[in-house]
Design a protein around this ligand. Structure first.
Ligand code: GAL
Length: 361
């Protein structure tokens, strides 16, 4: 079934064909080879970001392609709502939970219930903390995401050739998301030496994760913080030369703030997720780069893990050291993120079928 599943996720196959393949799988698996009749509950964080909609759709199609019955829920970035959605899935006796947590520390109680019922729990993209009851983690190399963002700034400003000084401002994601520190630390390891050496100057002085975090990864929150930075620290005619932004929605909030502040040419601005809107921004010179993470591949990796676990086999993991959730090191399968800018977006996100060229027109 792996071949069919990967084919399903090209995004070009029609709904009717999906249904046909899914029902073929269901009848093949009905004999009881392990996946027939199994139920999976998928808990995604929010529909406000395009990527989670793609993740949810890809997972649903892939699991259905394997003959699973799927419940897919979004919780609008409200952690308590996500907990109740998962409680309901546990009550429905799902065999597997796939969770992209809103608040990585809010799930211990409900996951203890899940384990009591022998439900397999996969942390999807975001690690779930402080619980023994998470079995596997499927994600990307989150430190590398930050490294790619930091390196982009270093190269765009030609810092290795002693250029500068330049003004840099820093943004990070939600403190409730375990990925936030990995992204920031990855970038900061690259940038900090230039701050220490004086080639980069953070005029706001805001460099700790607590100071630069963005609640709910919300672009409007980032926009407001950038507004404050501009009016408090750049009211002397000086300009921002680069902004470390961890995610496309935040990058676009920062662009809006800078436009409001009168910027006609944008500083170097990073991002993540290759959202259509941000790839358009890259083409239009409003955002410099994004980090592409193929959500089709992440869904496929997750389904492979689940199929293996439920068949009593060991899933394919490639990291058993990095992701300590406070109780245990969670075995992980990490995929490679890719840096995307105006020079390679066509090849990386369009030619691969991730984004339809007509959506960028
Ligand atoms: C992170 C994820 C990023 C981005 C962000 C905001 O957990 O790894 O790719 O999507 O959430 O949604």
């Amino acid at each position: 079934m792996n071949v069919n599943r990967r084919h399903l996720m090209t995004g070009t196959i029609g709904a009717a064909a999906v249904a046909m393949v899914a029902s073929a799988c269901a009848s093949e698996d009905g004999g009881g080879d392990g996946s027939g009749g199994k139920k999976v509950g998928i808990a995604m964080p929010t529909k406000t970001s395009e990527r989670w909609i793609l993740d949810g759709n890809n997972l649903k199609e892939s699991f259905e392609g394997e003959g699973y019955e799927v419940t897919l829920q979004y919780a609008n970035d409200v952690a308590a709502d996500q907990v109740s959605q998962i409680e309901t899935m546990v009550g429905q006796n799902v065999d597997v939970l796939v969770i992209a947590a809103i608040d990585n520390k809010s799930l211990s109680g409900v996951l203890a219930q899940a384990k009591g019922q022998d439900i397999t729990v996969i942390a999807y993209d975001r690690l779930i903390l402080d619980t023994p009851d998470v079995d596997y983690y499927a994600s990307f190399d989150n430190t590398k995401v930050g490294t790619l963002q930091g390196t982009y700034i270093v190269e765009a400003l030609d810092l290795a050739n002693q250029a500068g000084p330049f003004n840099l401002e820093l943004f990070a994601g939600a403190l409730t998301d375990n990925n936030t520190q990995y992204f920031f630390n990855g970038a900061w390891d690259v940038l900090e030496p230039y701050v220490t050496g004086g080639q980069l100057v953070v005029k706001s002085g805001q460099t700790t994760l607590e100071q630069i975090a963005t609640e709910n990864w919300d672009g409007a929150v980032a926009q407001e913080r950038m507004d404050n930075i501009l009016s408090n620290f750049y009211n002397d005619g000086s300009k921002v030369d680069a902004v470390l932004a961890p995610y496309d929605g935040i990058s676009r909030g920062i662009v809006a703030s800078l436009q409001g502040g009168g910027y006609t040419a944008m500083p170097v601005i990073t991002g993540q997720d290759a959202e259509v809107e941000s790839v358009k921004y890259i083409i239009d010179g409003l955002q410099s780069m994004t980090v592409y993470k193929d959500t089709r591949e992440l869904a496929s990796t997750t389904v492979d893990m689940v199929v293996a676990v439920l068949a009593g086999e060991k899933p394919d993991v490639n990291d058993t050291e990095t992701y300590d959730n406070g109780v245990k090191v969670v075995p992980a399968h990490l995929l490679e993120p890719v840096s995307v800018d105006v020079n390679n977006y066509q090849e990386v996100v369009v030619d691969s079928g991730y984004i339809d060229a007509k959506d960028l027109a």
